[in-house]
Design a protein. Structure first.
Length: 376
C-alpha cells in the first residue's frame, strides 16, 4: 500500500514539473525501438488528429516545431521538400507545436512575426502553404511530455509497426543559405522504405528549447523587469527631428508620430513597445515622436510611463506642425498616427498613415533584419 501511495505522489510531482515549473528536469526522450505514444490533438484545419489517423502510412514522420524559432523557420522549406518527395511513397508527415504560448517571452521573438499560439499557427500555415497536418500541443503539452523533444525542430520517425527508428535532426546545416551534407532524416526514411537498417538512428539536435508551461513565471519576471525601466522624454526642435529621420545609426528605426489627443494613436501605441521588446536585441529600435508640444509634456510623460515606453521618446517643441510634416515625409498629409521604417543611412523603406496592422509591420521588419541566425 505504501509503495502505491509513493508511486502516486511521484506521478503527481512529475506532472507538476511541466505545469508549475517547480522542477527543472525535461521529460525523457523516447528510446529507439519504443512504441509511439497515443495522442489526440487539434489541427489548424479544424480536425482532431490521433495516432490512428496515420494508420495507413507505411512510415510516420513527426516533427516538433515552432512558429517563433529561427532554426525551425530555417528548416521549413526543407521539411516541405521531404513531404513532397516521400508522401507519394506512403510516408506520413505531421508537424506538432509543443510550446506553451504564454511561456514564450517577447524577448525570444526576435526572429519572427508570429508567436506560438494556435491562431498564429494558422497564419504561418497559410503563409507557408503547409500541406501536412499542423497540430497544437501547447495547452497541456501531453504529447511533448510523452515523446520528449528537446528542441525545435526535433524529428521522430516510426516504422509500419510504429516503433521509433530515428530520433534527431533533419540535417547538420542550420544555415539555410549553405548546402547540407548529412541528410539524417532523409536517409532514415529511404532506409525504412527499402527495408534496411537506419544508418544513424539518433543524433543531437540544435534549435530553440521547448517552452514548458513552467516558464510562464520567467516571462512574468521579464515583463516586470521591463516595466521597471525608466521612461524619459527628449525635447527636440525641427533640426533634432531631422536627425532622427536621417537615422545615422546602424539599426533599422521604426518611427511613430503620435499625440495624446489622437484616439487611434493611443490604441495602437502598446504594439510598438511590444516590437521594441521583440526586436530590440537585434539591429532595430523603436522611436516615438509626440506632437503634443512642450505645454503638454507632463501629460505626454504620464502616458508614456503608463505604456512602459522605455525607448527614445521625442517631444517636438514647436507649435508649428507644418515644418515637422515636411521633415518627416514630404508625401505625408499630416494625419495622425503616422508610422515609418527607416533603414540605416536614412532610406525610408516603409510608411503607413493611420492605425497599423501589427502583423504587417512585423513582416516588414522581418524582411529587413531577417528570420535566421545566418541573417545576422
Amino acid at each position: 500500500m505504501k509503495i502505491k501511495i509513493l508511486t502516486a505522489i511521484l506521478i503527481i510531482l512529475f506532472g507538476m514539473n511541466f505545469n508549475t515549473g517547480l522542477y527543472a528536469e525535461d521529460p525523457k526522450t523516447l528510446d529507439i525501438g519504443a512504441s509511439a505514444p497515443a495522442f489526440s490533438l487539434p489541427g489548424i484545419d479544424g480536425k482532431t488528429y490521433t495516432l490512428n489517423s496515420f494508420s495507413k502510412d507505411k512510415i510516420l514522420v513527426i516533427i516538433f516545431t515552432a512558429n517563433h524559432c529561427p532554426t525551425a523557420q530555417a528548416y521549413e522549406d526543407r521539411i516541405d521538400k521531404l513531404y513532397a518527395e516521400f508522401t507519394p511513397k506512403g510516408v506520413g508527415f505531421v508537424m506538432v507545436s509543443p510550446n506553451h504560448p504564454q511561456a514564450v517571452c517577447l524577448e525570444e521573438l526576435g526572429y519572427t512575426d508570429l508567436a506560438d499560439s494556435f491562431e498564429e499557427m494558422k497564419i504561418r500555415a497559410k503563409d507557408k502553404n503547409y500541406k501536412m497536418p499542423y497540430l497544437y500541443d501547447g495547452d497541456k503539452q501531453e504529447m511533448a511530455i510523452a515523446y520528449g523533444p528537446t528542441t525545435t525542430p526535433h524529428v521522430f520517425i516510426f516504422d509500419s509497426k510504429r516503433k521509433l527508428r530515428f530520433c534527431g535532426r533533419i540535417d547538420e546545416m542550420e544555415n539555410p543559405y549553405e548546402k547540407a551534407m548529412e541528410h539524417d532524416t532523409r536517409n532514415a526514411i529511404v532506409a525504412l522504405l527499402d527495408g534496411k537498417p537506419v544508418p544513424v538512428e539518433k543524433t543531437k539536435t540544435f534549435g530553440c528549447s521547448i517552452k514548458w508551461a513552467g516558464k510562464v513565471e520567467y516571462r512574468a519576471k521579464l515583463d516586470a523587469d521591463w516595466n521597471k525601466k525608466p521612461v524619459e522624454i527628449i525635447e527636440a526642435d525641427l533640426n533634432g527631428i531631422k536627425e532622427v529621420i536621417a537615422n545615422k545609426s546602424n539599426k533599422y528605426r521604426l518611427i511613430n508620430v503620435w499625440a495624446t489627443w489622437c484616439g487611434p494613436c493611443v490604441i495602437e501605441y502598446p504594439e510598438f513597445v511590444t516590437m521594441q521588446r521583440m526586436y530590440g536585441a537585434r539591429d532595430f529600435e523603436f522611436v516615438s515622436i509626440s506632437t503634443d508640444g512642450v505645454k503638454k509634456k507632463d501629460k505626454v510623460l504620464e502616458f508614456l510611463k503608463e505604456k512602459n515606453s522605455a525607448v527614445k521618446n521625442y517631444l517636438y517643441t514647436s507649435e508649428n506642425k507644418y515644418p515637422l510634416i515636411e521633415a518627416v515625409d514630404k508625401n505625408w498629409s499630416g494625419s495622425l498616427p503616422y508610422t515609418m521604417l527607416v533603414a540605416p543611412g536614412g532610406e525610408v523603406v516603409y510608411t503607413h498613415s493611420g492605425v497599423i496592422d501589427p502583423l504587417e509591420v512585423k513582416k516588414e521588419i522581418m524582411q529587413k533584419i531577417g528570420r535566421f541566425f545566418a541573417d545576422d
